[in-house]
Design a binder for this molecule. Structure first.
Ligand SMILES: *[C@@H]1O[C@H](CO)[C@@H](O)[C@H](O)[C@H]1NC(C)=O
Ligand SMILES: *[C@@H]1O[C@H](CO)[C@@H](O)[C@H](O)[C@H]1NC(C)=O
Ligand SMILES: *[C@@H]1O[C@H](CO)[C@@H](O)[C@H](O)[C@H]1NC(C)=O
Length: 465
């Protein structure tokens, strides 16, 4: 009995030790270097190099926490981390797993991602990490309305120091603005502005969760092309092609256009009038694309140009009018691609579609993306392989000559950036017998028609007699 109690005690003590393992204060960072710059039009990319993340506690730890203020966390489209191995010339990067993480007792609603290290960091050991993150919708146009001849300015809110649950001994942040026109910025000494580079720091010895709010106000004439909603339907037909239809709801999310649009002024002073508007969009389509069409709310448009080469195809789309801040356009693009370029057979005899996930239009963010893969009739057991988290569901679709309907794999993702334009796969099982379904339906339809026709003739004749 005593032994039982003793072992129970030992067990609970070891549990206590386990829970204290992840206590964030066991780490400290010798040097942090952060850089923020434009990624695509209205999206910022941040990179942080954490040099010598050192375990100063007694227990090994295998997690490093990344902290974000709640407002920024909601706009994170992507977070990646890598550990650097080797020195100088032989330096290489090994990607690490990064997942959202809950931490009780986090001050001011701080949110976290946890980086899982390859090997636990023992007492006194240190490692160097590189982090990359992408923030969409983090630039706020101000003034909120501009006229056709004005430049667009934006606000960016952040902290002068890197938000972290760990003590950071030394750090600096570099903010690169798109042009030299920086209207104003919060000073947290030392702060230097040099052309289009704004440097905060170096700062020494900042305690965990230090936060110094800053606002930077600068010119940003990049049109804010935001696809509020994109639905891509990818239909696989074993009869030779993959048919893609894409419905776009596009908006210019920059400063709102004030006054009346003057096409004369716009055309006579290019570069000065409507600098933050956009006239065309470039869609990158697969090579060997065929039957491309582009249609907006009013009807088919032929003023789009298609350039194809063996490596890629580019579709230049010209909306009917240039898009200014606050304006919207919805349109549709359709195209076909050869089946053999995208449909393969796996080692276990399954078929799989290998297609790109994100938005084909360059330099855009997509608030809500839905990808629907319509599998051929008779396909079974679909499974999806995609490199990031997406919501999955199944639907049925019926088109002409369908008997039992087609399985549709539906994938949904919010906050999509160009980094998400990577291939994903949909595996499925298919019985060859279903290849005959469509021709059989056609044949029986003709046969039925023929029988009815003959019967009709007979009735007709018998009436005359
Ligand atoms: C929480 O936010 C308030 C107001 O912004 C600030 O004064 C305070 O220092 C913050 N607390 C911590 C622990 O960071
Ligand atoms: C536009 O073109 C497509 C394909 O060429 C066609 O299917 C569709 O009916 C056309 N729509 C209009 C409104 O002309
Ligand atoms: C999918 O296609 C890409 C190129 O478009 C290729 O690099 C990749 O290996 C393919 N993946 C699979 C699983 O076939």
């Amino acid at each position: 009995m005593a032994a039982l109690i003793l072992s129970f005690l030992v067990f609970s003590i070891s549990l206590l030790v386990k829970t204290s393992l992840s206590s964030p204060s066991d780490l400290q960072i010798l040097h942090a270097e952060r850089q923020l710059q434009k990624f695509v039009e209205c999206v910022l990319m941040g990179s942080i190099i954490l040099q010598q993340v050192e375990n100063i506690g007694d227990t090994p730890t295998s997690e490093v926490l990344l902290a974000f203020p709640p407002a920024q966390f909601d706009h994170l489209a992507l977070v990646k981390a890598a550990v650097t191995v080797g020195k100088k010339r032989k330096k290489s990067y090994v990607p690490l797993e990064v997942n959202p993480s809950e931490q009780p007792e986090a001050p001011n609603g701080t949110k976290f991602y946890a980086i899982s290290l390859l090997n636990p960091l023992a007492k006194g050991e240190s490692t160097t990490l590189e982090i990359l993150y992408i923030l969409s919708h983090s630039l706020e146009p101000f003034p909120v309305e501009i006229s056709q001849s004005e430049s667009q300015f934006v606000y960016y809110h952040d902290s002068a120091v890197v938000l972290s649950p760990y003590h950071i001994k030394q750090q600096a942040t570099l903010f690169k603005t798109p042009s030299n026109k920086v209207e104003s910025f919060t000073q947290v000494e030392p702060t230097y502005l040099n052309g289009a580079e704004l440097k905060y720091g170096p700062y020494e010895d900042h305690r965990p969760y230090s936060y110094y709010p800053i606002i930077i106000h600068f010119e940003n004439n990049h049109p804010f092309a935001v696809v509020e909603e994109l639905e891509r339907e990818i239909e696989v037909s074993h009869w030779g092609s993959v048919q893609v239809t894409e419905h776009y709801k596009l908006a210019h999310a920059g400063a709102k256009h004030k006054g009346v649009f003057s096409r004369v002024e716009y055309q006579s002073r290019p570069g000065a009038s409507g600098v933050s508007s956009f006239k065309h969009l470039l869609a990158m389509l697969p090579p060997r694309v065929h039957s491309v069409y582009y249609r907006d709310d009013i009807g088919n448009i032929s003023s789009s140009h298609l350039r194809t080469s063996s490596k890629k195809s580019e579709l230049l789309i010209e909306p009917r009018y240039p898009l200014f801040g606050g304006w919207k356009a919805s349109f549709l693009i359709g195209y076909g691609v050869p089946l053999q370029d995208f449909l393969f057979e796996s080692a276990v005899g399954e078929r799989y579609l290998n297609f790109s996930f994100g938005c084909p239009i360059a330099d855009t963010v997509v608030d809500k993306l839905t990808v629907k893969v319509v599998l051929p009739e008779g396909s079974k057991d679909p499974s999806v392989k995609v490199a990031f988290a997406v919501e999955q569901s199944l639907e049925k679709k019926y088109s002409y000559l369908d008997v039992i309907g087609r399985t549709v794999v539906v994938l949904e993702k919010k906050n999509v950036v160009p980094d998400h334009n990577i291939p994903f796969q949909v595996h499925y099982k298919f019985n060859q017998i279903f290849m005959l379904a469509e021709p059989l339906m056609l044949v029986s339809a003709f046969f039925l028609f023929f029988i009815t026709f003959v019967a009709y003739l007979h009735i007709d004749l018998s009436l005359r007699k």
